[in-house]
Design a protein. Structure first.
Length: 204
């Protein structure tokens, strides 16, 4: 009998944003205990947690752990957000001066997937990193894996698991403290059409 595992992707708590500026690379999170209590109701006890090492995700995991216990926590640098490099924290109007002459521009994203900021990385780089991370996960005995991470990582995961082109996936809205849930088959159980991944919910 096939026993699929589950992968739960959680975006970190919101951060304070400065209007007109790109976000800093490693800001802190805004913690609201009531929101964490509600989120915890949707997370199984004793699951394995993978957490991005950035401050906002670590704070999110720490606050969530007050309301739901985990089997173990693994800090995983694969789950970091796309790095805006030299553009982190810069005024958007200044960055736009460097971008406005590009041939490729996007309807729903500040950056096209292939654009890599100076000393940063692109969404395409992020997609490759997250694809490798997902393919290296192992789900045994209906195991539940929770990843506490970032919006770009979740977009990249949706791109990989559902076969969505990065150019489309980069425009998907992922809300703070939202939960996206996948059912996952191991390779040996994936004998028919439809792939290994089934989306059960996004932005819950």
């Amino acid at each position: 009998m096939i026993k699929p595992g589950k992968l739960i992707l959680i975006r970190h708590a919101p951060v304070k944003r400065k209007v007109g500026f790109l976000p800093e690379h490693n800001p802190g999170a805004i913690i609201n205990d009531d929101e964490f209590k509600n989120l915890a109701k949707n997370i199984p006890q004793d699951s394995v947690w993978y957490v991005s090492p950035l401050r906002r995700t670590m704070q999110t995991a720490d606050s969530l752990s007050k309301y739901v216990r985990n089997q173990k926590t693994i800090i995983d640098s694969n789950l970091v957000e796309q790095n805006f490099g030299n553009w982190s924290g810069m005024r958007i109007s200044e960055v736009w001066k460097e971008l406005r002459d590009n041939e490729g521009q996007h309807n729903f994203s500040f950056l096209c997937p292939e654009i890599s900021p100076p000393n940063g990385d692109s969404f395409l780089d992020q997609c490759k990193r997250i694809s490798r991370w997902i393919e290296n996960l192992s789900f045994s005995d209906s195991e539940v894996i929770v990843a506490i991470t970032h919006s770009g990582v979740i977009r990249a995961a949706l791109s990989h698991m559902l076969g969505i082109e990065p150019d489309k996936a980069v425009g998907i809205e992922i809300l703070p403290l939202s939960l996206s849930l996948f059912e996952v088959l191991n390779e040996e159980d994936c004998t028919h059409r439809g792939g290994r991944f089934r989306l059960l919910g996004v932005n819950k």
